[in-house]
Design a protein around this ligand. Sequence first.
Ligand SMILES: [Zn+2]
Length: 446
Amino acid sequence: MDREETAPAALYRQWRPQTFAEVVGQEHVTRTLRNALLKNRVAHALLFAGPRGTGKTSTARILAKALNCVHGPTAGPCNACHHCRAITAGTALDVLELDAASRRGIDEMRELRERVKLAPVAAPYKVYIIDEAHMLTTEAANALLKTLEEPPPRVVFILATTEPRKVPVTILSRCQRFDFHRLQPAEIRSHLQQVLEKVEGRATPAAIDLISQAAEGSMRDALGILDQVLSLGDGDADEDTVADLLGKVRLGALTKMVELLRHQDAAGALRLVLEMDRIGKDPGLFVRDLLALLREDLLQTVDQGKTVPCYLMCCLEEFSRALEETKGAVIRTLPLELAIVRALRRSAPAETQPVESTVGDNEGGTSLQQVKTAWVDILKAVKSSRPVTFGYLSRARPVAVSGRCLKVSLPDAASRGVLAQQEHSTVVEQALSKFFGDRWKLEVGS
Ligand SMILES: [Zn+2]
């Protein structure tokens, strides 16, 4: 679930939904919860999984009210009785919110097994809302598991997480799981309009559209942006104000990233990825924006007749690859993280493979990039002159160019041995000569 300090959006806190009907875009979740409440069959452990700012914490609190309302368990908590009001205010003794990622949360989890045996103090149910459940320490997870194996009566656990894959399977299997969806721009738009009416704020439809798109499915982000735009405000917030604000935020992180890459600061770059992920920025969009910025650098460098720096070439190549991989990635930031490490390792000044450093500043010669660009055609040429050689070469990858020597990488040792034999390497060398002139040499490595 969403820790307040990561995005202290005043509007988000102020206009948190207080009933199931007010939760935006998660009807599939609230319908099931309401039915369970009507039948008095709420599971003793629930997992709320989904991106930041999609209503997990809010829904957990509404469920706590639904269970503890003096009219409850009810699908429609009254929000007026002393139990409901205490939960809204965060002062209810029997509704405990723990942050699994915090020190205090860990201590509280440690005491959990003892504490959980105690009956609710004031309300019918004791509700534990465990935020960032994927961050539970092994010790805390074990304590929780023991409790879930023998659930005490009238205790309900709600685990919230943005990364359900990191929650131990033993715990997952004991929870009823609810997946919260990223919100659609239209859902965000209509909610923003409602909030604007309530706070008597003014924004043009184009401004609202832009916020709804930029929020990337997170109501928290959307309200956070709206908050900032309104605080700048004189008169209607318009599209330009929003674009200006968003541009600054996004460009800030992007230029910072390029700076870190230029200085070969892998640790700093990885930290920035983590920060971007924390505030809910989509890694795919980040990579795309980053590529656009690096490409601008490339074009500018070439335009000015300067040597293209090694890190720039490596980053462009690796991030292009990462962009594709991000789409189906299990851990959305991993392709970007790997790309950063690979690019910087390849472009490090004192490389173990010195040939790599000639990429791009091969004066008047052929660069690795040129070979890569022509690679499909080179493969075709090899295929037409000797299909067997093509069979081996197609599994290899060009990794370095030094003068007129191309180094390819071929992981399989047996194939490597064959391709290195003169009868095959000559075919490849001839193809290279055809494309780039001069006499070429092929080196086959792992
Ligand atoms: Zn009530």
